[in-house]
Design a protein around this ligand. Structure first.
Ligand SMILES: C[S@@+](CC[C@H](N)C(=O)[O-])C[C@H]1O[C@@H](n2cnc3c(N)ncnc32)[C@H](O)[C@@H]1O
Length: 259
């Protein structure tokens, strides 16, 4: 091998390494994989879904103004773009994998909220008082319209989870959930949300709890208490996935309990 060729290859490798590192820092191609933010959490979760080609819908309990719903859709679209690029890869095995991915089938985004703020409750946390986080459904609808014009299917369900759970279940019917985002703060609300989603979970489904360590991480309060009671009677086994933001924690569904 001539020396000039080796030098050329070395420079080429060095340049790609530098380019990759710059792009990664700018979050251009690999996304915010190492960020502890909610955006980083969505990137990791959708990364898990796309790496495993796990088909399922995204369901969010507690939408408020739609920030996390929009962030989740944005992270999803980045991976969807990656899948479409893979499908035309010159490497045939890549193209074949991408073309046969279940993720080419439609994924729907569901958001549930009173759209009247936190419901009346007796959970004694002044940061989750009745009416806090008030935002009208139209605010979220308008934001979704402004952000996405490209065939994303979203369903918003207005009312308490107790009352809208039935129509969510009807829409999901025989679909599965890949990511459930429980962002409703209260134990009673989180418990209701978990009971609604259980029949749609599958091995690999992620459950994100945005306020897992709220109530000062008290085991007997909030989303923590709801999940600890729920997992005892659930037909699945769950495993901690990663913590995020200030008080969030994600879990993975890893096993079905024997009947
Ligand atoms: C912290 S906010 C959600 C924040 C939102 N995910 C974001 O990205 O900004 C909590 C939301 O949960 C909703 N919520 C709590 N309990 C509920 C229940 N039982 N039924 C319906 N909505 C509920 C509240 O109305 C509130 O909008």
């Amino acid at each position: 091998m001539p020396l000039s060729y080796n030098i050329f290859m070395l420079i080429d490798r060095l340049l790609s390494k530098i380019t990759r590192s710059i792009l990664e820092r700018l979050n251009v191609n690999r996304g915010p994989l190492n960020l502890n933010s909610r955006r980083g959490a969505f990137h990791k979760c959708w990364g898990h879904v796309f790496t495993n080609h796990l088909h399922g819908d995204y369901v969010e309990f507690g939408v408020y103004r739609g920030d996390s719903l929009i962030e989740s859709i944005e992270a999803f679209l980045e991976f969807k773009k990656w899948l479409l690029e893979e499908a035309v890869s010159p490497e045939q095995w890549r193209a074949k994998q991408a073309q046969s991915s279940p993720l080419n089938d439609k994924i729907m985004f569901h958001g549930l909220d009173t759209f009247q703020g936190i419901p009346a409750n007796d959970e004694h946390n002044f940061t989750f008082s009745e009416g806090d986080f008030y935002a009208a459904k139209s605010v979220v609808e308008n934001r979704l319209k402004k952000h996405f014009t490209n065939g994303i299917t979203t369903h918003l369900y207005e009312g308490s989870f107790e009352s809208t759970g039935v129509s969510l279940k009807k829409t999901l019917f025989n679909r599965k959930i890949s990511i459930a985002n429980i962002d409703c703060d209260l134990e009673s609300s989180a418990m209701c949300a978990l009971n609604i989603i259980e029949e749609f979970l599958q091995i690999g489904s992620i459950i994100m709890f945005d306020d897992y360590n709220a109530f000062s991480a008290n085991n007997n309060k909030g989303e923590r208490a709801a999940f600890s009671k729920f997992r005892e009677k659930s037909r699945f086994v769950y495993e901690p996935y990663f913590p995020y933001q200030y008080v969030g924690q994600a879990f993975l569904t890893v096993e079905a309990k024997p009947d």
